[in-house]
Write a protein that binds this ligand. Structure first.
Ligand code: SF4
Length: 264
């Protein structure tokens, strides 16, 4: 409180910070600036900074990002891809979603195969990678221990995703949710951003599809589910490269980014 007794804006380590700052951001650049200052989840702040101190042997001479990782891709994207959270030695190291880990190698190679990425490799923020009409983001923006955010951390982080989707709203036509966590986090975020949710809610599955009706300001939104390109899924063959390319090609067609279907 100030000398008049009025409460000031929440500080970056306050649980109210994401909702306060996300709602007041007028563009994705401003949103990302506020996001990268967020310290609202004490456990995740401690983990992301601890990992940056201990590091993995292969990256011992690198300076880790160790902050919330913003979405990556153009501000007028027609397609959004929503994952889980940055990896401790991937996005938490490089500062860019899905960049510098095996899951990202799989995802960006598939995006490149569909014509939505300029190259198939994503190694660091200066690697020249560009996405075409696609923004890659997550419902939790800090790396969690064991890749498992708590429900409270997911809910605390939700305003960032809701605001990001709302700001993409005028151009957004389709969203791919990667994994059950991404699917279950995405729907309430879209609801908070003003889209009408179907009842009952459709359960996650690879290939699950959902259409959210148009609103006064937005066209209808198509939602597709895909298994997450985690090593657990890709090493076991639960998610093959062809399966992911198929979902991304369908999503790209629904978003108006390409007219033809999958090629593999
Ligand atoms: Fe902030 Fe989200 Fe990171 Fe929590 S997970 S500290 S809400 S950016």
């Amino acid at each position: 409180m100030d000398v008049t007794g009025a409460a000031g804006p929440p500080t970056s380590d306050d649980g109210a910070y994401p909702g306060y700052r996300a709602a007041r951001s007028r563009g994705l650049g401003e949103l990302d600036t506020h996001l990268t200052r967020c310290r609202a989840c004490p456990r995740l702040v401690a983990w992301r900074e601890q990992v940056a101190t201990t590091r993995r042997r292969a990256f011992h001479d690198e300076e880790y990002w160790a902050k919330p990782v913003p979405g990556f891709g153009p501000s007028d994207a027609a397609l959004a891809i929503v994952g889980l959270a940055p990896a401790a030695h991937g996005g938490n190291r490089t500062g860019r979603m899905f960049t510098g880990d095996a899951s990202g190698d799989f995802l960006f190679a598939a995006l490149h195969a569909v014509g939505l990425a300029s190259q198939s490799r994503a190694t660091h923020r200066g690697d020249g990678l560009a996405l075409y009409g696609v923004r890659v983001t997550a419902p939790v923006h800090c790396a969690p221990p064991q890749n498992k955010p708590t429900p409270a951390e997911r809910d605390t982080c939700r305003p960032w995703l809701s605001a990001e989707l709302a700001l993409l709203g005028p151009s957004l036509r389709a969203v791919v949710a990667l994994g059950a966590f991404g699917w279950q986090s995405l729907l309430p975020a879209l609801g908070a951003a003003g889209w009408q949710m179907p009842r009952p809610r459709l359960a996650f599955g690879h290939g699950a599809r959902l259409t959210l009706p148009a609103t006064d300001e937005r066209q209808e939104l198509r939602i597709l589910g895909s298994y997450h390109p985690s090593q657990r899924n890709t090493f076991t063959g639960r998610l093959t490269f062809a399966m992911l390319v198929d979902v991304l090609a369908r999503a790209a067609a629904l978003a108006g980014l390409r007219s033809e279907g999958p090629e593999v």
